[in-house]
Design a protein around this ligand. Structure first.
Ligand SMILES: [Zn+2]
Ligand SMILES: [Zn+2]
Length: 432
């Protein structure tokens, strides 16, 4: 027979045990929240990720990873071999953006850098600090639990994602000759539009080919009151802008998606002067390589046909320049995507895993899968919006700041928990 006192003691004991067990997962990630705060407060712009690289290299070295440093600038690889014959590559990007943070959080970034003599503010407004923290949490788990898996893990810390440059730079520097060749590539990205604790996965094309095209129309300038004596590049540019809209509506299959946006036009100085030239900048988005080529070739043809219509001499034909900063589409291997949904449904719960939308945003992660032989790849979205903000958004009382907004602030604890647990589950499932 137990006395009331013993009964009470036993229940108090169980109560504390339950509180302890429930708080365990959060407690174990507390160190990573501190790492996140440090990274958030110390952002660095593309190609300047010197301190971030050093900080992460030291952590991963401490966990027992073999570090291959300076791969294409500030990029590096951290490798852990543990028998087996499967290799998984997991990538996180490290760079931040020239934005003045306005979240008001206690660990807000006040960092600036000098550019052309000006102070430029810096902020992790695309959540790359969450990506790095999730990678660190995942890396620590695999180094401390070597008896629960076999294989090789290659963590890639990539610079300069925001300028569509870092992945290509690492690959051109011989990344895949320096690391064990991966069976699959994985990466995650925070989502500013979905709830923390959830994951969204898009099979197939998930993000777009991104191209930047510069077009300059030349003419023969003169007095605005005597247009018949000139060749007007402003009128030619206007014809061009309206005609290129027909590429998506008339040339691309109605089943496929694409974007042609003229984001910048500069020409002329005054009301009554017809200028000699007009400069345009265009962003082009597509999914397949074929559609990409179609859109770019139509832009060239339309520009030239406008020169012909306007009786321009050949030496004044428009100059069309396709910039080198091309980012290929992110194509999520459909089998990998289906399997990831199954794995994460078990890990996080069926009600936390969703099909993701296709978007026309760009991400240079796609580069890592396009090498030869090709590597099946998957980039998945982890929600970053708190339950409270998401509810207010659903009842139209709140707008959610987008990625790259000065007000973007992830619900960091839950987002990091999900980032780490989903990354561990996906990597583990693809090892022996
Ligand atoms: Zn971004
Ligand atoms: Zn990003």
């Amino acid at each position: 027979m137990i006395t009331f006192k013993r009964y009470l003691n036993r229940n108090v004991y169980y109560l504390f045990l339950i509180i302890y067990v429930v708080s365990l997962p959060l407690k174990s990630n507390e160190d990573f929240y501190e790492i996140y705060k440090y990274l958030h407060q110390n952002p660095e712009l593309s190609l300047q990720e010197f301190e971030t690289t050093k900080y992460l290299e030291d952590l991963l070295e401490e966990y027992g990873y073999e570090i291959i440093t300076n791969i294409g600038g500030n990029g590096f690889a951290a490798i852990l071999k543990n028998g087996g014959n499967k290799t998984v590559l997991f990538r996180a990007d490290m760079d931040a953006l020239p934005i003045k943070e306005e979240t008001g959080i206690s660990f807000e970034s006040i960092k600036t850098t000098k550019q052309n003599g000006m102070d430029v503010p810096i902020m992790h407004a695309c959540g790359h600090d969450i990506h790095m923290t999730s990678l660190i949490g995942t890396a620590k788990y695999f180094s401390k639990n070597k008896d629960s898996w076999k294989g090789t893990i290659v963590f890639i810390l990539q610079p300069a994602e925001e300028i569509g440059f870092g992945a290509r730079q690492m690959i051109n520097a011989g990344l895949f000759k320096q690391i064990p060749y991966p069976d699959i590539n994985l990466a995650l990205h925070v989502s500013a539009q979905t709830q923390s604790g959830t994951v969204h996965i898009t099979p197939g094309f998930a993000m777009a080919n991104v191209d930047s095209v510069d077009v300059t129309f030349y003419g023969e300038g003169g007095h605005g009151a005597y247009p018949h004596l000139t060749k007007d590049p402003i009128v030619m540019s206007s014809q061009f802008i309206t005609t290129v809209q027909t590429i998506i509506s008339r040339n691309l299959s109605p089943i496929n998606a694409g974007v042609v946006t003229v984001g910048s036009i500069h020409g002329g100085t005054k009301h009554n002067i017809i200028p000699n030239h007009v400069d345009l900048q265009i962003t082009v988005r597509s999914y397949s390589d074929e559609d990409r080529e179609l859109i770019i070739s139509r832009i060239k043809k339309i520009a030239e046909s406008i020169a012909i219509q306007n009786d321009l001499p050949k030496n004044l034909y428009p100059i069309i320049k396709l910039r080198d900063e091309y980012t290929p589409a992110v194509f999520n291997n459909p089998d990998l995507a289906i399997r990831a949904k199954e794995i994460l449904s078990i890990e996080l719960g069926k009600d936390k895993v969703f099909d993701g939308p296709q978007v026309m945003g760009g991400e240079d992660f796609g580069q890592f899968g396009r090498v030869e032989p090709k590597i099946p790849s998957l980039l998945f979205w982890i929600g970053a919006v708190s339950q409270k903000d998401y509810k207010e958004f659903l009842n139209n009382s709140k707008k959610l700041p987008s990625l790259h907004s000065s007000k973007f602030l992830p619900d960091y604890e839950k987002t990091i928990d999900t980032g780490i647990s989903s990354s561990i589950a996906l990597i583990k499932a693809h090892l022996n």
